[in-house]
Write a protein that binds this ligand. Structure first.
Ligand SMILES: [Zn+2]
Length: 166
């Protein structure tokens, strides 16, 4: 008996595998602050953040309490510029896998940190997928989903940032 259990340990546990491919639509409340971002994106194709009354830092995603000053942010909203400069980027060498569905992630766009023209850092996708053409410092502009009915996903209503010549 003892011999048998020792043998089992060296083999390791047997895993039960369950095929999991459920479609799970659900609704959730954005809340007051994120709701403002979603509404401005959907209705006006505007990117907004909230500004601290003390340090004047702008936050996107917005926050009810300034992480630096630890005070109530109030309700001071700032429209962020939709142009900026590429600060950092990364591109896919190997595909990412969706952990929920076990499929390749469809998004082919490089992920970037963009320094918006008012000095706020913002993370989004780049339209340019040719890594030879990606250069920090290049100028970028937000490209929105044009169809009103397709918007409603907050900052994801911006498809990507497009390279622009100035
Ligand atoms: Zn502050």
């Amino acid at each position: 008996m003892a011999k048998e259990s020792a043998k089992k340990k060296t083999k390791g546990p047997e895993y039960i595998r369950i095929k999991y491919n459920a479609h799970r639509p659900y609704d959730w409340s954005t809340g007051k602050y994120l709701g403002k971002v979603y509404a401005e994106a959907k209705e006006n194709k505007k990117l907004v953040g909230n500004r601290c009354p003390q340090c004047k830092d702008i936050w996107l995603p917005p926050t009810p309490v300034c992480p630096k000053c630890k005070i109530d942010m109030g309700w001071d909203w700032v429209e962020l510029p939709q142009t900026g400069t590429l600060y950092q980027y990364t591109y896919l060498v190997y595909p990412l896998w969706d952990p929920h569905y076990g499929e390749k992630w469809a998004n082919p766009y490089p992920s970037a940190v963009i320094l918006l023209d008012n000095g706020v850092f913002y993370r989004h996708w780049l339209e340019e997928t040719d890594k030879e053409k990606l250069k920090t410092g290049m100028r970028l502009q937000a490209v929105w989903k044009e169809d009103y009915d397709e918007r409603g996903q907050g900052v994801q209503d911006i498809l990507y940032f497009r390279t622009i010549e100035e």
